[in-house]
Design a protein around this ligand. Sequence first.
Ligand code: AMP
Length: 188
Amino acid sequence: MRLILLGPPGAGKGTQAKILMDKHRIPQLSTGDILRGAIAAGTALGAAAKEVIDRGDLVSDDIMVGIISERIDADDCADGFILDGFPRTIPQATALDGLLADKGLELDAVIELTADTDTLVGRILNRARESGGARPDDTEEVVRNRLAVYRKQTEPLADYYKNHGLLRTVDGLVPIDDVSAQIERVLG
Ligand code: AMP
């Protein structure tokens, strides 16, 4: 099964991706985790991405498409994958369509988790306080920018995938188990 989890920062994409991963035995491909891993490892990619991420802006489409194209070729993606945090722009979505077509693969569904901005800011700042090791991009100013970038650049993907007949929208503000139950229902 090949899925995309779409939704603003703090909507619970990572949590739901992990639940789906255990249930369906397919990997979660989180571009945010891949980029943070590159920063921690001190690679050239990490160095190029760090400032952009710390501001809450988006890393270039070319870099992100290259990362995902390579990642979905790996053996562990043979039975599918869950994309978490990618695509984030219309050019990324069209590039993904092209590279999946080249590989002879199709998406099964795009699950959109919805939530309002003020709840998300509160959630992310709470999560940062509770986890102790707050991400550098979890300050209120940067979180608000990440959400503004989402509304402007990523939210249009909902219509894009609706037009492709792939969009399944789920309320991201209910308890975790209820979100999972909704997802299983829409996946049928
Ligand atoms: P996330 O963990 O998904 O919230 O991602 C953290 C940050 O990594 C984002 O705010 C972006 O700066 C960057 N990032 C992650 N995925 C992408 C992507 N698909 N396109 C561009 N930038 C990304």
